[in-house]
Design a protein around this ligand. Structure first.
Ligand code: S3P
Length: 441
């Protein structure tokens, strides 16, 4: 089944207020931390997407019970030693890199072998970035050529580590942080800056954590072991899911949009900085703080005179999941935009840098590439009239959603395959597109 869709017309002007799905990174972290707490946690607004359901299935395999109540998920943990790993088990992380990498951190004290597997896309992604540091804690881990399946057999004699995380990967940093929770002594991490939701959750849970923030690196000390109690958390909207609607608005005519209650943590809002440097004029309203995170409503209007950008590398990490959609804006902006050092993009659910270049070239956008740097030749007059088929993108949710936004703003007749790919992060994507007047067949 390919579940193809067709988009044959541009979205008309709209003026709307919407909500998007809840933050995926925070949802998965809440499920995993609640599964290790002592007692019941209540997670409100948990994202109900495939990646998060896979997280719930994973903790269930580990003997943790959860219930869906009217407004929240209730998860009951039994502390850091509370997973039932007496038997050999297999966990399927599906498409989710975050789930797979973070849960490995929590399995460093498993009592038996746990096998971790994933879907086709996840089975092509690098696991050495988490397996190698986790081995240093004393866990026994085996895998082939850095790929899933990974077999982990924990240790009773964990020792704290010193680790230099140099990829700017929040998944890698978080896996080490979660392992340090179970490990006697002080684990020291020097981590290139990346999203900091795990740090903020640790602080909220009273876990002994010290962070010194420098320009490029954060220095994080965690003292384990530390058992914490069940907690309540209300998950805000996802900036990454919002990004498709921000650009849909920006590139359509006479439209405006408010997206309510989104997480606008500065480790995640690189896209806003980048688009505003391109003349976009996106603003945050009703800002408030919640458990260390910053939330707000995002306000965006259509914009005609977008300009190119030489994108500062320091924004790469805080916009890492949004480059596909940012490239689309660059294609419609005046002038030539440059993005550098985007090797990590090719390590996502699909080789996104390669796929973005392929799709943009397919619709006539000129791009020069030098290894992991690209130059996009923008054209404000870009309007499409041809037929375009988008397929073979490893069911990458963000490639799917970017293609839909391209179709709805640039014109042409588009056939887009694997339309259910958005279910991993944003099952309501098409419902929201229709709410704004987009016609999908
Ligand atoms: C995530 C971290 C990022 C991001 C992913 C979610 C997280 O990956 O791309 O979608 O929740 O920690 P990396 O840590 O590999 O950069």
């Amino acid at each position: 089944m390919t579940n193809k869709i067709e988009i044959k017309e541009k979205v008309k002007n709209f003026k709307k207020i919407i909500k998007v799905g809840s933050d995926k990174s925070i949802s998965i972290r809440c499920v995993l931390l609640a599964s290790q707490a002592i007692g019941k946690s209540r997670i409100y607004n948990l994202l109900e997407s495939e990646d998060v359901f896979d997280a719930l299935k994973a903790i269930k395999k580990l003997g943790i019970k959860f219930k869906k109540r009217k407004n929240f998920y209730e998860i009951e943990g039994f502390g850091l030693d509370g997973y039932n790993t007496k038997k050999k088990i297999t966990i399927d992380a599906g498409n989710s890199g975050t789930l797979a990498r973070l849960i490995l951190g929590l399995l460093v004290n498993s009592k038996n072998v746990v096998t971790l597997k994933g879907d086709k896309s996840l089975s092509k992604r690098d696991f050495s970035r988490v397996v190698e540091p986790l081995k240093l804690f004393g866990a026994n881990i085996s895998y082939k050529n850095s790929f899933l399946p990974v077999h982990i057999n924990g240790s009773n004699y964990l020792r704290p580590i010193k680790y230099h995380e140099n990829l700017g990967s929040a998944q890698c940093k978080s896996a080490i942080m979660l392992a340090s929770l179970k490990t006697p002594g002080i684990t020291k991490i020097k981590a290139k800056k990346s999203r900091d939701h795990t740090e903020l959750l640790f602080k909220n849970l009273g876990i002994p954590i010290k962070i010194i923030k420098k320009k490029i690196y954060d220095f994080i000390d965690i003292k384990g072991p530390f058992n914490f109690e069940g907690f309540d958390y209300k998950v805000p909207g996802d900036i990454s899911s919002s990004s498709f609607f921000i650009v849909l608005t920006l590139l359509s005519q006479n439209s405006s949009l408010i997206i309510k209650n989104v997480n606008i943590n500065k480790t995640r809002t690189g896209i806003i900085k980048i688009l505003n440097k391109m003349n976009a004029n996106i603003s945050f309203k009703n800002k408030k703080k919640y458990k260390g995170e910053f939330l707000g409503d995002i306000s965006v209007k259509s914009k005609k005179n977008l300009k190119s950008i030489i994108c500062p590398k320091k924004l790469n990490s805080s916009a890492i999941d949004e480059f596909l959609i940012i490239f689309l804006v660059a294609a419609k902006a005046k002038g030539n935009s440059v993005f550098r050092d985007l090797g990590e993009l090719n390590k996502k659910e699909s080789p996104r840098l390669n796929i973005a270049i392929k799709i943009l070239r397919q619709i006539g956008v000129k791009i020069l590439r030098n290894k992991n740097d690209i130059k996009i030749f923008g054209n404000p007059k870009l309007e499409l009239t041809g037929s375009y088929t988008i397929k073979n993108f490893r069911k990458d949710h963000r490639v799917l959603m970017m293609s839909c936004v391209a179709a709805l703003t640039l014109g042409g007749c588009w056939t887009i395959h694997d339309s259910n790919s958005s279910n991993t992060s944003f099952p309501d994507f098409f419902k929201k597109i229709k709410k704004l007047g987009g016609v999908i067949n």
